[in-house]
Design a protein around this ligand. Structure first.
Ligand code: C2E
Ligand code: CA
Ligand code: CA
Length: 429
């Protein structure tokens, strides 16, 4: 509320420039016909200042930025506020391209001066309307916001909305529709689980399978996790999707049992959004009972970077999970903001060393590798160590020599669907 007031006051207090309402701005866009553009300044990262230094300080910085940017308005450039921390400028007039280029450069230099010293980023999104194009205003605002979010990660801090981004946005919309359909209509047949073997290095036997989720889209075919997990997290569909994944994986135990493979454990990826759902553990326990699954056959894999922000709460949940006999593995170890102090006190059973430290073994001289130090450190903390992304015999050999417990990767097998993994396992008995 106060944030919005600050922005509004800053823009309205000016004598020469005022804050236009979104309706007025829409009217201008629709009545103009030449080349013109929306430029959105995404200041959402200022909330980090509020979190770190308090509300007043965050407000103060926001106020300074708005006063400065407001002074850039003139007859060809007007501004409106869409929502907190986002200012939208409308740029039009003759020599549109030159005006737009200069304006973006000016925005950059002001924002750089004001925000770099605060250690926060910003993004400038640009969405151009072509001459005589009948604009869809709602879509244009959404597109310029998408461009500004992409700009947050760029060194240039500026991103023009492109056809490629348009295609990506359309694809993501279709994926969210698929997720919604799968979850709301309980279409578990559209969830396709693959299983990747994990081999015990001492016995050379397969002891465990990692469950890797794919979904079958109505329009896009089989989707990989990189395409849908972040959307499932953003929309929170990951919570029901995660439950359906548990159900499918638990059903697979019955198949394993029938094939005489009941010693095989399953390791299931869990997102932090699932973990912070208050019903997570009670739902999991109910499902284990319903499918008559021994909890000691289950590991949950959680990515390291997810834990830091919610460390206390998550570690206490970890302790409750372990009390049920379920194991916990820290995934992608070494890539997040790991702190040894954290690892020491986390209730964990296993560390999964990220692929990058395994790929290093092929390019770095052995005496310079730190993979062996990670294994030794993990063991000192009492954890089992699994190496991920093992593709070559020389990596397996190094890991064996340095006491790594288990390996996973294409050297053993790529992830396989149910029938193929059962065949794979039976051939190795
Ligand atoms: P992850 O947990 O690190 O899973 C390992 C990824 O490495 C998998 O990618 C696997 O196919 C790939 N991989 C396996 N062996 C090798 C190898 O030798 N070399 C290389 N280069 N890659 C290898 P995938 O299946 O695309 O999964 C990507 C990520 O999506 C997973 O990374 C996991 O974080 C996430 N994910 C998958 N299924 C689920 C799920 O059911 N729930 C949640 N929350 N996340 C999931
Ligand atoms: Ca994993
Ligand atoms: Ca991993």
């Amino acid at each position: 509320m106060s944030n919005l007031l600050t922005e509004r006051q800053a823009l309205a207090n000016s004598n020469t420039n005022r804050l236009y309402t979104r309706l007025e701005l829409e009217h201008r866009i629709l009545s103009d016909s030449g080349n013109r553009a929306l430029v959105l300044v995404n200041l959402s990262t200022i909330h980090f200042l509020t979190l770190t230094y308090g509300f007043s300080y965050g407000q103060h910085v926001l106020h300074q930025v708005i006063i400065t940017l407001q002074s850039l308005c003139n007859e060809q450039i007007i501004a409106t506020r869409t929502f907190e921390g986002h200012l939208v400028f409308y740029v039009q007039g003759k020599n549109h391209t030159d005006i737009l280029k200069t304006f973006c450069e000016t925005l950059y230099s002001h924002l750089h001066r004001l925000l770099s010293k605060e250690g926060v980023g910003w993004g400038i999104g640009v969405m151009e309307f072509r001459e005589h194009q009948e604009p869809d205003i709602d879509k244009a605002f959404r597109n310029v916001l998408i461009a500004s979010e992409s700009a947050l990660d760029l060194e240039s801090r500026c991103c023009f909305f492109t056809k490629k981004m348009q295609r990506q946005a359309t694809k993501e919309e279709a994926i969210v529709n698929d997720l919604s359909m799968i979850v709301n209509e309980q279409k578990s047949e559209n969830i396709r689980l693959q299983y990747q073997p994990i081999m015990d290095l001492k016995t050379n036997t397969i002891c465990e399978l990692e469950v890797l989720c794919r979904i079958e889209s109505k329009t896009l075919g089989i989707l990989q996790p990189i395409e849908f997990i972040h959307l499932a997290e953003k929309t929170k569909y990951i919570v029901p999707l995660g439950i359906m994944t548990f159900q499918k994986a638990f059903q697979f135990f019955q198949t394993l049992k029938k094939q005489g493979l009941d010693h095989i454990r399953l390791s299931i990826n869990v997102s932090v959004i699932q973990l912070i759902d208050t019903d997570f553990l009670s739902t999991l326990i109910t499902l284990l009972e319903e499918y008559a699954v021994d909890p000691s056959l289950i590991t949950l894999e959680i990515t390291e970077s997810c834990i830091i922000a919610n460390y206390q709460a998550i570690n206490s949940l970890f302790s409750d999970i372990q009390a049920q006999g379920i194991q916990l593995a820290l995934d992608d170890f070494g890539t997040g903001y790991s702190s040894l102090a954290h690892e020491r006190t986390l209730h964990l059973n296993t560390l999964k060393i990220d692929k990058v430290f395994i790929a290093d073994l092929l390019t770095i001289p052995e005496e310079k590798t730190i993979t062996r130090d990670i294994i030794a450190m993990g063991h000192r903390l009492g954890h089992t160590i699994i190496a991920e992304g093992v593709e070559k015999e020389e990596q397996r050999e190094y890991l064996f020599r340095h006491g790594c417990d288990k390996i996973q990767g294409y050297l053993i097998s790529k992830p396989l669907y149910e029938d193929a993994i059962v065949r794979f396992l039976k051939a190795r008995i």
